[in-house]
Structures are given as structure tokens and as C-alpha cells.
Ligand binder design. Sequence first.
Ligand code: GDP
Length: 311
Amino acid sequence: GIVKGDVTILSQAVTLVESVKPEHQAVSQEIIEKCLPFSGNSIRIGISGVPGAGKSTSIDVFGLHVLEKGGKLAVLAIAPSSERSKGSILGDKTRMEQLSVHPKSFIRPSPSAGSLGGVARKTRETIILCEAAGFDKIFVETVGGLWVFLLFLLIQLSGTGDELQGIKRGIMEMADGIVINKADGDNLERAKLAATQFRNALHLFPAPESGWIPKVLTYSGFYNLGVKEIWDMIYEYIDFVKDNGYFEYRRNAQSKYWMYESINEQLRDSFYHNPKIEAMILEKEQQVLKGNLTSFVAARSLLDTYFEDLK
Ligand code: GDP
């Protein structure tokens, strides 16, 4: 069903991937394995920005723009409940008004999309399923995650006068493109000024590994101004990294990362879910806290117990 592009089945599979129940995980791993040969052929773009920056509005117009060229687009959106005080999954659908009714788009609001850590794996697995279903462009609303994307777009706002404050340096360093939204009406000049400030600030960062110099552009998602220029930049980036070999390099580095990440995760799981370990770990923790055992001795004795149990 997934490979045939059936979105109902795709949705069900994503639900399995997101589930924490061990029996679901076993099935979802099998599905992912079978989908893997059909995956890997999309342009994966991570999109980040503070709430209110205009991510949904922008994804809506960006999406329509790329779909004009054909293909299919999947959007893994952050569920509003996890980002805003009120809102529902239903509300989220309407955040991307035009895409949500577009026949070639699949919007998946997901509480797990975006954040770092174990959920990054779920995001990656969901991407694999979407690719197998024939989605050749994938947008992920995210807070980071170099280990999944080809390109990372950071949506910024101007108009506060201290644009560069409050932006996590790490996020800015990851961006291949910084796009300043709401460059319309009274805000146009401020947006341009902000762009200049961002360009200057970028000079202070080390050159990115890709060799690509991140670009700063202004646009208006709401009025659909400057969106074509953003896509020109994205296509330019893709050509650039394909030409210089970084595209391949990053794909390989990501595969390698996920191999080790999977090993780490399964080792951790096996250790922490070992009944003998479960039975003694809190007591060891208490002994460490009381100063009766050093951290290293406690860790050693737990590991020894674990390895002994494996024999
Ligand atoms: P998100 O929280 O980042 O997803 O932001 P939204 O897309 O929900 O947008 C937040 C608010 O900004 C909404 O009221 C939008 O209508 C408004 N907005 C989004 N893009 C633009 C823009 O290009 N210009 C202007 N003036 N307002 C915008």
C-alpha cells in the first residue's frame, strides 16, 4: 500500500512508527525495512523558526510553488499542541490551507516531528515511509537535525530592533539559508535591515562544511513575494552540493550516523530493560547519591552484572 502511494496506509504506518509499544515497534521496523529500497530519493528540507515566524503560512506557499513543477510533497509538521497553548490536530490542518486540500500533498502533524534525540529517529523513519510512497519533496518543521536533511532553512523575523538576540547560535550555524519573513508593508525596510545584520553576523561563523555560503533573503509568505527567489536559492544549493560531492558525502555520513545511532539505541535498550539491571539500578543510584559508591564503581558493577547475564 505504501509503495503504491496509498496515503491512508502511509498514515497508519506512521502511527505505528510513532508508537512506543514494543509490539508496534517490531511491526514498524519490518515495514521500514521493506520500504528502504524505495526510499532515499527525495529532497529533504528542514524548516525552523520561532512560533509566529510564519512557518505554516510559508510552508503553504513554498509547497504550492514546488508542486507547480510536479511531484509530491510531504510535510511533517509540529502539532500545534506541542508548540502553542491551544490548538488541535484539526486546527493544524487548516494552518496550511491550500496544501491541506492539494491532491499531491500529505501533511502529517506529529508531536514528534522536530525535536532532537530519540524522536529524530522517528522523524527519519517517517521520511523513509513518505519517500517509499513517492513523495519526492519533504519539508520537516524542526528545531534542528543535520542528520536527516539535505538543507536547513531558518525563518526569521525583523522589526524588534535586536534581531540577533535570542537566536540560538547553533541553529544559525546550521542554516543553509536564512529567510526573513513578513517583508511587506511597513515592515519592508526593517526586513531589509535585518537581512544586512544577518549577513554581517554570518561572517563571524566558521565556513560550513558544505562549502556553501549561507544566503540571507527577505520575502513575504503571506503576500507570496520573494518566494521564487528562495526556491532559486534552494535549487542553486542543490546543484552546488551535487557538483562538489557534498551531497553524496552528507548522505553517506547520515547513513553511517544512523548505523551507529541504531546500535547505541539497541544496546541502551537491552541494558536498561534487562530484568537484573532493572532490579538493582535504583539501589546503585542511591548508594552513589549517599556517597557509599563512586559513580564509576557503580557503573562497572552494573555492566559486569549485565555482561554476566548475557553469557
Ligand atoms: P508559525 O507559528 O511559524 O507557523 O506562523 P504562522 O504561519 O501561523 O503565522 C503567524 C502569523 O503571522 C499569522 O497571523 C500569519 O497570518 C502572519 N504571517 C505569516 N506570514 C506573513 C507575512 O509574510 N507577512 C505578514 N504581514 N504576516 C504574515
